[in-house]
Design a protein around this ligand. Structure first.
Ligand SMILES: [Ca+2]
Ligand SMILES: [Ca+2]
Ligand SMILES: [Ca+2]
Length: 367
């Protein structure tokens, strides 16, 4: 059974004493966030492992299923610590769209403790440089020498390919990599076929399908917001109505998979301008915890949950809500809800502005 949502339109020149106002609307700016930050989805076929990039055989390649922002950490086991000042890449056999289109290179003298297929961030890394690279569409072909401004001898290097020639949908592959102590690719390749090498990948935990974006949180329909970041994912919303005091929220469950429903939450507020990007950790602003708790959402699908109320008198221009647990984190592959509404009161200046419009929504009555 889907409960009917009754929307009452009232004049806002005076705030109704019998209920708080709905603060969110489809005009609001909404971003997906997940405070878990960088994760790795690195994964490669057994026959196309990272050492294939070191064997100086263009007929073998390193392929990573995690697409852009994959790469590798290599330790100069044979040549020893050296100052890499240029590198080359050789294209692999098939789709040219999989070739790296840009690069970023870091160095360290720490012992490597990062695991294979990790983010490769267990060490202290110094960014050496980054840039674009234009590899030939021809296959099995050595690309241009890329110069790197570096005078420090490092024992290990961390290379990521932030973009690929064919775009974000492509797998990443490279047939061979060579590092040189000269700026022009002359001299001996510092990399040996048996040097220790690890596959790495960096991605923000926050990600959502294109049709299940955070805008669906406040679109007034049962279209849902789904975040693969699962635990600790959520959203930042900036109410279009302006500065508000929030004292409660209601969540409408999504269409399927109750295990994905939020089970615990934290709500933060800020008066800062929102600088966080979509699908980031959402920590580019100064946030104040307003309230937190558990929430028992109905297992019924597309169902309005109970109003969750809390004490708050502070005004904010934006809110960050994180779902710190879901109903069954072991079974769920994501977090999802169909809709959310915040309740409270606009602060006086906001109310005056709204008053010119004359109308606002009060809290939805339950049928
Ligand atoms: Ca190779
Ligand atoms: Ca919706
Ligand atoms: Ca997460």
């Amino acid at each position: 059974m889907v409960k009917k949502l009754i929307l009452l339109l009232v004049m806002l020149m005076s705030v109704p004493a019998f209920g708080s106002l709905a603060l969110l609307s489809s005009s609001d700016a909404v971003l997906a966030v997940d405070r878990d930050g960088l994760i790795s989805r690195s994964d490669y076929p057994a026959g196309e492992a990272p050492p294939k990039a070191l064997d100086q055989n263009s007929g073998t390649k390193y392929l990573n299923f995690a697409r852009a922002n994959t790469g590798f950490i290599v330790t100069l086991g044979t040549s020893g610590a050296s100052a890499v000042q240029s590198f080359t890449l050789t294209t692999a056999n098939d789709a040219a769209g999989r070739d790296p289109a840009s690069w970023a290179l870091w160095g360290t003298n720490d012992a490597i403790t990062s695991a294979d297929n990790s983010t490769g961030l267990a060490e202290n890394w110094t960014l050496i440089g980054s840039g674009s690279v234009t590899l030939p569409d021809d296959r099995f072909t050595l690309g241009p020498v890329v110069s790197v401004s570096n005078s420090t001898a490092y024992s290990s290097y961390r290379m990521l390919y932030p973009t690929l020639k064919g775009g974000a949908g492509e797998l990443m592959q490279v047939a061979d990599v060579a590092y040189y102590a000269s700026t022009d690719g002359t001299g001996t390749n510092l990399l040996a076929a048996d040097d220790p090498i690890l596959a790495i990948h960096n991605a923000q935990d926050s990600s959502y399908p294109g049709a299940e974006s955070p805008a669906n949180l406040v679109d007034g329909s049962l279209n849902k917001y789904l975040n693969f970041g699962k635990v600790n994912s959520g959203f930042i919303v900036t109410p279009a109505m302006g500065t508000t005091v929030v004292t409660g929220f209601e969540i409408t469950t999504a269409n399927d998979s109750p295990e994905r429903d939020p089970a615990a939450w934290e709500l933060y507020g800020t008066l800062d301008a929102i600088l966080s990007g979509d699908n980031t950790e959402g920590e580019a602003e100064t946030w104040t915890l307003i309230a937190s708790g558990t929430v028992a959402l109905p297992d019924d699908r597309n169902m309005l949950g109970d109003l969750v109320e809390f004490s708050n008198s502070a005004i904010y221009t934006s809110y960050k809500m994180l779902f710190t647990d879901v109903k069954d984190a072991g079974a769920a592959n994501s977090m999802q809800i169909a809709e959310i509404q915040f309740y409270g009161v606009p602060e006086p200046a906001t109310m005056c502005l709204l008053g010119l419009g004359g109308l606002a929504l009060i809290r939805r009555r339950r049928s």
